[in-house]
Write a protein that binds this ligand. Sequence first.
Ligand SMILES: Nc1ncnc2c1ncn2[C@@H]1O[C@H](COP(=O)(O)OP(=O)(O)O)[C@@H](O)[C@H]1O
Ligand SMILES: [Mg+2]
Length: 272
Amino acid sequence: MADDLSLQGRTTILSLPKNRTPAIEVEDLNLWYGKFQALHEVDLVIKSGIVTALIGPSGCGKSTLLRSCNRINERLGYVTTTGSIKVLGHDIYGDDASQIQVRRNVGMVFQRPNPLPLSIRDNVLFGHRLHAERRANRSDEDAMVEQALREVLLWDRVKDRLQHKATGLSLEEQQKLCIARLLPTKPTVLLMDEPCSALDPEATSAVEDLIWDLRGHYSILIVTHNMAQARRASDECVFMLMGRVVEHTATERMFVSPQKQETSDYIEGRFG
Ligand SMILES: Nc1ncnc2c1ncn2[C@@H]1O[C@H](COP(=O)(O)OP(=O)(O)O)[C@@H](O)[C@H]1O
Ligand SMILES: [Mg+2]
């Protein structure tokens, strides 16, 4: 009930209850691809309901860390992980955690929009149909599609062509659709790996606005190599270097008065 954690956003002030369970808690995480160690002793607490940006030079382990949070790395046979990751207090690598449950709770958006070669409607429903125990009836599905597309601000643009192929949409619309199709399974955490890197500046701005709108409803962890984007569109910022977390703090503070020399070197463009 307490509203002490107020965050001053670009367009909104977000009030969040204190003491919410963190969205993600990473503890002493180490990860190896074969013999190469890509993550070293990562400890990180990602708060619920805010946007956290993950920044750092190419190859520092941002995508690896993100992919660890929904167990996508597992499909590679040669990955070894030690340590733990909890999502909303549940150990996602624990014996009783199911990969399906994890994927349902933790949605992921990639660099290039990757809609399926299906209709707009079927794209939105795909994840739900995959995960649901039985198929919803037509009117429930219609409601689900409308709600998800409204949440990503696409409904008015596509409501008259829901049966059209999703691949015919603009890149901006495709990326919004890729976010929309995560929503029917009611995820709590959205992971986004450079979601604007294939978009032009105008589309980037539209997708950033959307991400900002979703804040509060979802906990969002977004990788970006774009400093301006991290600064504009996140509440907190994590700086990584060579597989380690160097600094994690409020975004404004990270950019105005970074605590570590490496952080200031990076954000001032001295390397990476
Ligand atoms: N599938 C993979 N197999 C082997 N090495 C990988 C794989 N993915 C990433 N790496 C290595 O792990 C390190 C971190 O990569 P990555 O997480 O993609 O960094 P970032 O997203 O910060 O650019 C890099 O040295 C990269 O070459
Ligand atoms: Mg990456």
